[in-house]
Design a protein around this ligand. Structure first.
Ligand code: NAP
Length: 288
């Protein structure tokens, strides 16, 4: 009996991931005999894992990649989609029938799909970003590669050098002329911004503070917190109380997953399947 076709998530540590429920729902809805599983592994194990994917009898045909390997996996791939190449990070790998590995980045497009659904058009807008890690890398890339770009993108991270090197690195592959690295949260000019994005993990723990002062938040602002658990972070709560639009990142996770699945299957998912994936994802995320 041949092993069941397998997809999965590579990262470390993986903890409780929401990806299996989303993708396994899609397989079930499509009546496809395949399974999505977790591949937690140390960095020292990555090389042999990716080497094994080349073997013609490997049952693995697609992967997601998460922290801390979105950049590390690139040398193991045969091809890179142009957007992933520009971002310099991969969260989706497609393995074709010749066992060639192609990397994609669906974090950026997933985020943009959700912004679009929320009716936010970045063109000419002022955007402030908290955090300059992996997620910010994808977001900044999306904004800088748009034809109709935002007016400005201000970015703050506790580690200024890290922020500068992120922007410098992206600047070798795209125009980062509208990106400004700032040294304090005050310099993010949130009071003048149209969109504030939290791309730090602050807000995940109950004891986490709100990074932004209340009086900076205003009713013309949309606050997008990449954190989705809890569904309302201290930042989102405060934003709402100030009349700002407050949105969490669960739909970004959903859309990056839908786009990853579509790369693996090379088909567009129907609205019915997507709705089922979303329902199951939401249920799993917020179950008591
Ligand atoms: P990451 O690579 O660790 O980046 C987070 C960055 O924020 C780090 O540079 C960190 O600095 C910085 N930071 C931490 N505390 C800060 C503070 N108080 N002020 C300013 N900067 C601060 O993580 P990531 O992969 O970008 O993810 C960020 C968050 O987004 C996580 O909560 C993740 O779960 C979430 N996320 C959600 C989605 C989604 O689909 N919704 C997708 C990706 C990520 P240090 O490293 O020095 O602490």
């Amino acid at each position: 009996m041949s092993p069941v076709t397998t997809y999965g998530l590579v990262g470390y540590p993986l903890g409780h991931s929401l990806s299996p429920v989303m993708h396994n729902t899609a397989f079930k809805e499509l009546d496809v005999e395949a399974v999505y599983t977790l591949f937690p592994m140390q960095q020292s194990e990555l090389g042999s894992f990716f080497e094994d994917l080349k073997h013609k009898n490997s049952p693995i045909f697609g992967l997601n990649v998460t922290i801390p390997y979105k950049e590390t996996v690139i040398p193991f791939l045969d091809l890179l989609d142009p957007f992933a190449q520009k971002v310099g990070a991969v969260n989706t790998v497609v393995i074709d029938e010749n066992r060639r590995l192609k990397g994609y980045n669906t974090d950026g497009p997933g985020f943009l799909a959700h912004l679009t659904e929320e009716g936010f058009k970045p063109e000419g807008k002022r955007i402030s970003i908290l955090g300059a890690g992996g997620a910010a890398r994808a977001l900044v890339s999306v904004f800088c590669l748009m034809i109709d770009q935002p007016e400005s993108i201000r970015i703050y991270d506790v580690d200024r050098d890290k922020t500068l090197s992120l922007v410098k690195d992206l600047g070798t592959r795209m125009d980062v002329g509208r990106v400004q690295v700032v040294s304090t949260i005050d310099e993010l000019n949130i009071e003048l911004a149209d969109l504030l994005i939290n791309a730090t993990p602050i807000g995940m723990k109950e004891s986490d503070p709100c990074l932004v002062k209340k009086d900076l938040l205003h009713s013309h602002l949309m606050v997008y917190d990449l954190v989705y658990n809890p569904s309302e972070t201290p930042l989102l709560k405060l934003a709402k109380s100030q009349g700002a639009k407050a949105v969490n990142g669960l739909k970004m996770l959903f859309y990056q997953g839908v786009l990853a699945f579509q790369h693996w299957a090379d088909v567009e998912l129907s609205e019915a399947v997507k709705t089922r994936m979303w329902e199951q994802l939401y249920k799993e995320c917020y179950k008591k």
